[in-house]
Design a protein around this ligand. Structure first.
Ligand code: OGA
Ligand code: MN
Length: 192
């Protein structure tokens, strides 16, 4: 299929090979529908938050979930395979619901709350995730996150690069426009 990664230079792509990855079609449309059916009741009542002045995320609502039905549980155990032996994902999974105008500013997940690996499922809308080197801001990698895809950030991609989800106006993957709608991500992290 078409590439899901774009880098500022081949050396950046080589450096992050194995530490930033995307798998398209990781969940089937039926699994995605079942995940959303489980999640909607927990998300649907809260308003989206736009106003937090220093937060990384704008236009979102979120929850954490620890108990899943059979279909979702099976999907999450496949996600767990992206984690290193002995460093499994935490039992509470982060669910982030981004409004069509919502976005995530560049940040590195807190080393106080998150270990070496972050793995996220994207549902509903496609989006572009951009990684930028903390030391050399001209070095970047972009991930095209289609609905049903899984991304993994570990090691260098998790610690030495910021990550962000582009807002609709900036949502391009190279020359390709990636219109943003509502996006739900299911994010597994391991313990510090
Ligand atoms: C976060 C984050 C990305 C996503 O919540 O820390 O980076 O896929 N989210 O929603
Ligand atoms: Mn993050």
């Amino acid at each position: 299929g078409a590439p899901l990664l774009r880098a500022s230079a081949p050396a950046v792509e080589r450096r992050l090979r194995g530490s930033a990855l995307v798998r398209g079609g990781f969940v089937s449309p039926a699994e995605a529908a079942e995940l959303l059916r489980e999640l909607e009741p927990g998300l649907g009542r809260r308003p989206y938050q736009f106003d937090h002045w220093d937060g990384a995320i704008c236009g979102y609502r979120e929850t954490e979930r620890g108990r899943w039905g059979a279909v979702a549980g099976a999907v999450l155990s496949r996600v767990a395979a992206a984690f290193p032996p002995g460093r499994p994902p935490l039992g509470l999974v982060h669910v982030l619901d981004l409004h069509p105008r919502g976005f995530v500013r560049p940040h590195v997940d807190s080393v106080k709350f998150c270990g070496c690996t972050i793995a996220g499922l994207s549902l509903l809308s496609a989006a572009v995730m951009r990684l930028v080197s903390c030391r050399a801001p001209g070095e970047w990698l972009e991930l095209l996150l289609e609905p049903g895809s899984l991304y993994v950030l570990r090691d260098a991609a998790r610690y030495d690069f910021t990550h962000e989800i582009l807002r609709d106006e900036e949502s391009f993957f190279g020359g390709r426009r990636v219109p943003r709608g509502r996006r739900v991500s299911i994010i597994c992290r391991n313990a510090p």
